[in-house]
Design a protein around this ligand. Structure first.
Ligand SMILES: [Ca+2]
Ligand SMILES: [Ca+2]
Ligand SMILES: [Ca+2]
Ligand SMILES: [Ca+2]
Length: 214
């Protein structure tokens, strides 16, 4: 699947499961994209569909079920800021098992958590709005959604792999979805402006320290 945010060619590979492109209009209640008219959607549902099962996507030696894993490979000649929005919806808070999700850059997790109990090495994700959502294939997320979360990452020059996944653990029911939108790649500010920014922060701290001392 070709894609080119900021004119940079990106190769998208669905490694496990499936990636849907949704408008959010058929969700009940509807979910609005943050950019344009569509967003990317991966899910462990509905129920025990098993698009890819018995894959250890979390790297802990224990396989997960209903796994979707998407990779986006790209290469940049100069440092960039990779930005995107993500959202999570789930019914596993009520269900109580461990559904991990994650977003990784070059194998390092930059966003991630788990919903439900027994979260293993993953931070327990809370903050769901407790509104029941129904997805396009009758996936049910009775515990609601987080709401779109913006992320900005500094990415050095070179070849990179951006990945996102969601999976069921312990059983294949009690589903969780991860949504991605507004993926953008923009030139990183020049090092000189980072230095100015850091110098400015330092100045601010000293002024605060002085103010506190008086
Ligand atoms: Ca979009
Ligand atoms: Ca695992
Ligand atoms: Ca499932
Ligand atoms: Ca589950």
């Amino acid at each position: 699947m070709p894609c080119s945010p900021g004119g940079i060619p990106v190769t998208i590979t669905v490694v496990y499961g499936s990636l849907a492109v949704e408008t959010g209009a058929t969700f009940i209640p509807p979910v609005a994209p943050t950019e344009g008219s569509q967003f990317g959607y991966i899910t462990t549902g509905p129920g025990g569909v098993g698009p890819a099962s018995y894959v250890d996507v979390t790297g802990d030696g224990i396989p997960e079920l209903d796994v979707s894993l998407v990779q986006m490979a790209f290469s940049v000649a100069a440092p960039v800021i990779l930005s995107f929005d993500y959202d999570v919806m789930t019914e596993e808070i009520t269900g109580g098992n461990f559904d991990p999700y994650g977003i990784l850059l070059d194998g390092i997790q930059v966003v991630g958590g788990a919903v439900g109990g027994d979260n293993g090495s993953y931070a327990a994700q809370t903050g769901f709005n407790n509104v029941e959502y129904i997805g396009p294939n009758d996936e049910q997320y009775v515990d609601g959604r987080l709401g779109w979360q913006p992320v900005n990452l500094f990415v050095p020059a070179g070849a990179h792999v951006f990945e996102f996944f969601v999976a069921d653990a312990s059983d294949d029911i009690g589903d969780t979805a991860l949504m991605i939108d507004n993926v953008q790649v923009n030139p990183a500010p020049a090092p000189a402006s980072w230095m100015l920014l850091l110098a400015g922060v330092g100045l601010l701290r000293r002024q605060r320290a002085r103010a506190a001392a008086h």
